[in-house]
Design a protein around this ligand. Sequence first.
Ligand SMILES: Nc1ncnc2c1ncn2[C@@H]1O[C@H](COP(=O)(O)OP(=O)(O)OP(=O)(O)O)[C@@H](O)[C@H]1O
Ligand SMILES: [Mg+2]
Length: 499
Amino acid sequence: MNGPPDPALDKLRGRIAAARLGPELEEQGTVIAIADGLATIAGLPGAQLNEVVTFGGGARGFVLTLDEDRLHAAFLDPMAGVTAGDIVTRTGHLASVPAGTELLGRIVDPLGRPLDGAPPPDWATILPAERPAPQIIERDFVSEPMETGLLVVDALFAIGRGQRELIIGERKTGKTSIAVDAIINQAGSDMICIYVAIGQRMSAVRRVINAVQRLGEPARTIFVVAEATAPAGLQWLAPFSATSMAEWFRDQGKHVLIVYDDLTKHAATHRELALLSHQPPGREAYPGDIFYLHARLLERAAKMAPERGGGSLTALPIAEIEAGNLSAYIPTNLISIADGQIVTSQALFAGNQRPAVDVGLSVSRVGGKAQWGAMKAVAGRLRLDYAQFLEMKVFSRFGGFGDAAMKARMTRGERIAALLSQPRFAPLPLVTQIALLSALNEGLLDALDPPRIAALKTALPALLDADARLEELRTHMQTLDDATRAVLIEVVRSGLEQP
Ligand SMILES: Nc1ncnc2c1ncn2[C@@H]1O[C@H](COP(=O)(O)OP(=O)(O)OP(=O)(O)O)[C@@H](O)[C@H]1O
Ligand SMILES: [Mg+2]
């Protein structure tokens, strides 16, 4: 045994020494009851929250609640075939997702399984679906803008990188469209986008995917889909696991935009699972931990400090309300967790003011701090002017205004309304937005009817792009000097002279 040392042999000896010989303990439990999407299991005393368990037929679930003598597991696979009395085995693994650049351009389910027919992503890097939010010392202030390309948002409710801005409104008021426009607008930026579909019809998800594939930058987008017919556990897990995928990029110093569409359906799934597992129902039959559920999810959005790479995770959660009732339980929870809300209104939508953003109810609590100085310089009076216009419009129904000043205000207000409305899939570059607002402030738009304003919006980006004098503004929007403002107005004038 005294030959020359052989490293390969040493390695082998080491592995033999480390190998655990003898019986391995595999914990098994029994299904004692099955309900829609949920199994009650006896045994498995060592199981932990979020641990994946496997049922006899191969279906998987994850531990949702732990009681003294039993636990509840939500299904991650169809539960067909699983019955009371079946054996359940612990896996020792928490519900996890693959992470990495390989996911870009993919459509996956909340466990990273492909839904696009392409091969499964590489599992070299695995992250648990539930991860703690960054600590306060790891964070930085939200100060860089995340441009949506929607004038009504970028000018009035600017969103910053790392912010959580709720999009909330009644059904069919253009909530998804606002988020999709924001994703499409990132085609020209360095943002990675993740769209999370929770409990939606597949046809609706398909429309979003098609729009992004056609007009956005699909190679920098990930779709995480748990449609309405997916097992409840998958729908529950979707926002958490998608956030883990996003965090991987954030921690590489990248900037990520994540859209949760929508958290009302997520809350409903949580309630359903909670009621089935006999948790005491609270307000509106939601369990007591519903606030904590969404708070811990949205706390994961963050702008990271420079020493942590300076990446960011911006979240746009979507929520649906009924009959304009913003003070229902889930809406108030989400409003208090988020850093502001974009409220869409049925009345505006029906009146063809689209995106149907209610300027009075919407707010961005980061807003101005994450808005370029150049935009701030031209958008300053917009909100007030518009609010006054909306008020006057109500009164004008009782009779016309004789006063010339009032008439001028109405005229200006109508131009603002025309500027704020924007068709879908037509994001406006920030320089165009600034030019339009400069022209508005100069009174240049007062003589134009809405169709001409719409035409101007279409023509302007190319004209502004072609102007070399605006090179400085395109890259530095911190301030807007008078010379640049004059150039912007000149370009708008030339745009108006075109037939
Ligand atoms: N800016 C817009 N301009 C014109 N039409 C729009 C605009 N935004 C939305 N729409 C129209 O409104 C419809 C509903 O929009 P969207 O699906 O975004 O609403 P939603 O509030 O997300 O609906 P749901 O309640 O079904 O989730 C779209 O199919 C589209 O035709
Ligand atoms: Mg929608």
